[in-house]
Design a protein around this ligand. Structure first.
Ligand SMILES: Nc1ncnc2c1ncn2[C@@H]1O[C@H](COP(=O)(O)OP(=O)(O)OP(=O)(O)O)[C@@H](O)[C@H]1O
Length: 456
């Protein structure tokens, strides 16, 4: 079963399509629900037995969002001139071949192929995503990319070209490949640094009134320097404060219970990012099953156990953060901004604090006590602090170093929770090992040097 965009489904009169839709015995984590839901709806309409459940009959919809709202279906991109900025319009005046030379294919999604293209003007390389016409969401994708353009963690859209049968989206080239291909063998610290970038860009999207709806590692690309870039806004929607969306959209393993119930907000992205973090730290997806229904059941009912198995070697602050992100009650789920303020993120991404602690045990400097000593003076978790002060982290392996840091992290997070009484309880940190890669459907042809780990 391939995911399809609105307007691109085949008719359900094809029995095989209906049968495939109802089987769903072997789907991938990134399968998108929007097309599935619409296909099922048609199947249901055509099927007097009504074998498809009501909840799958939704169509992704959102209320209009001011002047930037979507054009109605069937309109061409030309009608959207108002939301295409100057740099993007420039491209539309010529044919793409006049301006770029196409290179090899670097990726294939369910909606289009992506190739490298080189500018005839300045010799720079870009990624060109070609989408077949009839995919009305291309307008939305372009508009939203334009709207978000300029943020360093969002793939920049440089130009859009229209041809008789397709659109070409010329984008910044992310030469580091996809996060999903490189999220192995990274420590908890590295995971936190990548994850912080992801939450920064999700927070930015939400501030800008955009919900991505398809946050997953396949849609997070990496620059040559290892910085993340959020990509694939094909399912993204504009959303105003307080608005809710309806309709199934996303990738099954990453969708929230409220998406299944078809009444949701931008917090779906927080849940999906939580699923990603869970997979990053444990090596498996939290909600699994051998059919779509089984996955949905798991999403709605499975009680996650963070106290046994692989989780015993994952820090408690990380688990605490996960449980707050994977809260089924949307109103109780933390926001993207709150994730960014969580001690697990704060500690692992605050290198200054860490450096101060490490230095302090090598030099007995005068002056104000560094954070680790301040914590000791609070008499919090003395055992861990003492363990820290007798080790030599500079000669440690990466894993040992991180394990060694755990005492300081432990004390830090406890101290933080004591000082900021509004913050939730924080606990102890050390690293997971041997995280296997997650399943993937489409792979990038870009050289897979491990830029992710190089970035830290
Ligand atoms: N800007 C880019 N730089 C480098 N590679 C890219 C870029 N954009 C996309 N790709 C590659 O092309 C693949 C498909 O792109 P994208 O996800 O945008 O297409 P899609 O058809 O919407 O995919 P999906 O089926 O995941 O929704 C990506 O997984 C990635 O490997």
């Amino acid at each position: 079963m391939r995911k399809k965009r609105k307007g691109s489904e085949t008719e359900c009169s094809e029995e095989s399509s209906c049968a495939a839709a109802s089987r769903t015995t072997n789907f991938r984590s990134h399968f998108s629900l929007e097309g599935y839901a619409r296909l099922k709806k048609r199947c249901k309409e055509n099927d007097s037995v009504g074998s498809f459940k009501r909840r799958l009959a939704g169509v992704a919809t959102a209320p209009p969002c001011g002047a930037s709202s979507l054009v109605s279906s069937g309109r061409g991109l030309r009608r959207k001139i108002g939301c295409i900025d100057v740099s993007t319009q420039t491209g539309r005046k010529n044919k793409i071949d006049d301006d770029y030379v196409f290179g090899p294919s670097i990726g294939k999604g369910n909606f289009g192929s992506v190739r490298i293209c080189r500018s005839r003007n300045n010799g720079m390389d870009f990624a060109c995503k070609t989408l077949k016409k009839g995919e009305e969401t291309v307008h939305r994708e372009v508009e939203i990319m334009q709207h978000l353009s300029g943020h360093p963690l969002v793939v920049t859209l440089h130009a859009v070209y229209e041809e008789s049968d397709c659109f070409h989206l010329v984008m910044e080239l992310c030469s580091g490949g996809r996060l999903v291909d490189q999220m192995v063998k990274c420590s908890e610290q590295r995971a936190a640094n990548v994850f912080k970038e992801l939450m920064l860009v999700i927070s930015y999207c939400h501030e800008m009134g955009v919900v991505h709806r398809d946050v997953k590692p396949e849609n997070i690309l990496l620059t040559g320097g290892g910085k993340i870039q959020l990509a694939d806004f094909g399912l993204a929607m504009r959303i105003a404060k307080g608005q809710t969306l309806s309709g199934l959209a996303g990738s099954p393993a990453y969708v929230t219970p409220e998406v299944i119930s078809e009444n949701y907000s931008e917090k779906v992205d927080v849940w999906s990012a939580g699923v990603l973090l869970y997979a990053l730290l444990s090596g498996v997806l939290p909600f699994r099953g051998d059919s779509l229904d089984a996955i949905f059941e798991a999403i709605k009912k499975v009680k996650l156990d963070f106290n046994s198995g692989v989780w015993e070697s994952v820090s408690k602050p990380a688990r605490d953060l996960l449980s707050r992100m994977l809260t089924r009650d949307e109103s109780a789920r933390i926001t993207a901004d709150e994730v960014l303020r969580h001690p697990w993120i704060l500690f692992y991404t605050d290198m200054t604090l860490k450096t101060m602690c490490i230095k302090s045990k090598h030099k007995g400097q005068a002056g104000p006590p560094p954070p680790c000593l301040q914590i000791r003076s609070l008499n919090l978790n003395r055992t861990n602090i003492e363990k820290k002060t007798t080790s030599d982290s500079f000669s440690n392996t990466e894993e040992e170093e991180e394990e060694d840091e755990s005492g300081v992290v432990d004390a830090l997070v406890v101290a933080i929770s004591n000082v900021r009484i509004s913050e939730p309880k924080r606990i102890r940190v050390y690293s997971p090992t041997n995280i296997p890669p997650m399943e993937q459907q489409h792979s990038s042809n870009l050289t897979a040097t491990n830029t992710l780990c190089r970035a830290f």
